[in-house]
Design a protein around this ligand. Structure first.
Ligand code: NAD
Length: 361
């Protein structure tokens, strides 16, 4: 089957890591008899340089014609790049915000997985790590506090700022459905995180999540308050399968969860809408400090491509093959510089891509 992929290489290390992800996808196509068609799309600094804006309307249209978007990363050195002399709505990141909005990408999925071979990088004690952990954070991306009405005003000579946290039941339902769907593809447990002891929006969140859970009798649902969740992530991360939560809680918890894995170059992410469509990108940025040196770790992007196979194309077997290939290459001792430890074999971006592609079976 042919799948159309819009490819945003982006800036910094973006083109280097996306090339390796496409190499791995090509190997998947060859081994499993699929065909992937890539259409390049400019976004971020690359688009500012070529078109004067971080994302053109034509580029948005191209992504809409595709089945999924694979992205590297956008942006440059925020202190020195001329892109950051531009007004905020013309800077590289404005392109990504525009795209998320245009494609209605309301669900952000970020796995946090600890590879056995990389346990040294995990900042938690060995007795806490145990056999490792494997969770995903499902974060609502287009509602809540970050999108509510806000203002700063002066009242009787005192400055006062107000932010509004709003969710309606439809916004909660659609992200909850996404969370339960993903749990069905995993260990079938959802931890819904809220602050229902204080917030009305959280009480509605809990009610709607419980309602959605009725359609997924195989999935175990538990509720957890956000302050407890922040604690449990460093106390017993293995208890989590899918953490389902609203925008701001998810923003904070997903960074905490990635931090406990210890290796940013390994972490994939997906932003989804209510169809099979998604945008897949590594959790890290464009690493301008190492761009063009051939030393960037392409694994987060390769694992993002695996998520695309699983969530947008329903190619679970093929996604497993990519994830297994990554594990095997790590088990054989190959490392890029960012995850290198003594006794391992240091390789560059291209060699890491070659090795993973060779292991696709
Ligand atoms: P960063 O993630 O790019 O880099 C942080 C550190 O991690 C750097 O030392 C970098 O060399 C290293 N690093 C990151 N990815 C790596 C990889 N794959 N292999 C090896 N080392 C890696 O974060 P930053 O420096 O704060 O941001 C750089 C630019 O990226 C900024 O313009 C920022 O706005 C942008 N950014 C973009 C996105 C996105 O496109 N979604 C996300 C985050 C940051």
């Amino acid at each position: 089957m042919d799948h159309k992929i819009a490819v945003i290489s982006g800036d910094g290390i973006g083109p280097e890591i996306v090339t390796e992800a496409c190499k791995v996808l090509d190997k998947v196509a060859e081994v499993y008899g699929h065909s992937f068609t890539y259409t390049p799309v400019l976004m971020g600094g690359a688009s500012i340089d070529a078109c004067g804006v971080p994302l053109t309307d034509e580029a948005v249209e191209t992504t809409k014609q595709a089945d999924a978007v694979l992205m590297g990363s956008i942006g440059g050195n925020t202190a020195t790049s001329p892109w950051y002399q531009l007004p905020p709505d013309r800077r590289p990141e404005a392109g990504l915000l525009k795209l998320r909005k245009a494609l209605n990408l309301f669900a952000n999925v970020r796995p946090a997985y600890l590879y056995k071979e990389l346990q040294e990088a995990c900042p938690l004690k060995k007795e806490i790590i145990g056999e490792g952990f494997d969770m995903v954070i499902m974060r609502e991306l287009t509602g809540g506090l970050y999108f509510g009405a806000r203002e700063t005003k002066e009242e009787n000579g005192v400055l006062k700022a107000v932010d509004t946290l709003t969710y309606d039941e439809n916004e909660i339902r659609r992200i909850a459905v996404r969370g339960f769907d993903i749990a069905m593809k995993r260990r079938k447990k959802v931890t819904s995180v809220d602050k229902a002891n204080v917030l009305d929006s959280s009480r509605l969140w809990r009610k709607v999540v419980e309602d959605v859970a009725k359609d997924y009798p195989e999935v175990e649902l538990e509720h957890m308050l956000v302050d407890n969740c922040a604690m449990q992530l460093v106390k017993d991360p293995a208890q989590f399968d899918v953490i389902l939560t609203e925008n701001m809680f998810g923003d904070i918890l997903s960074d905490e969860a990635s931090m406990v894995t210890g290796s940013i170059g390994m972490l994939s992410s997906a932003s989804l809408n209510d169809t099979k469509f998604g945008l897949y990108e590594p959790s890290h940025g464009s690493a301008p400090d190492i761009a063009g040196q051939g030393i960037a770790n392409p694994i987060a992007t390769i694992l993002s491509a695996a998520m695309m196979l699983r969530y947008s194309f329903d190619l679970d077997k093929e996604a497993d093959a990519v994830e297994t290939a990554v594990e095997q290459v790590l088990a054989e001792g190959y490392r890029t510089g960012d995850i290198y430890s003594e006794g391992c074999t240091k390789v560059g971006t291209v060699k890491m891509g070659d090795l993973i592609a060779e292991h696709i079976k």
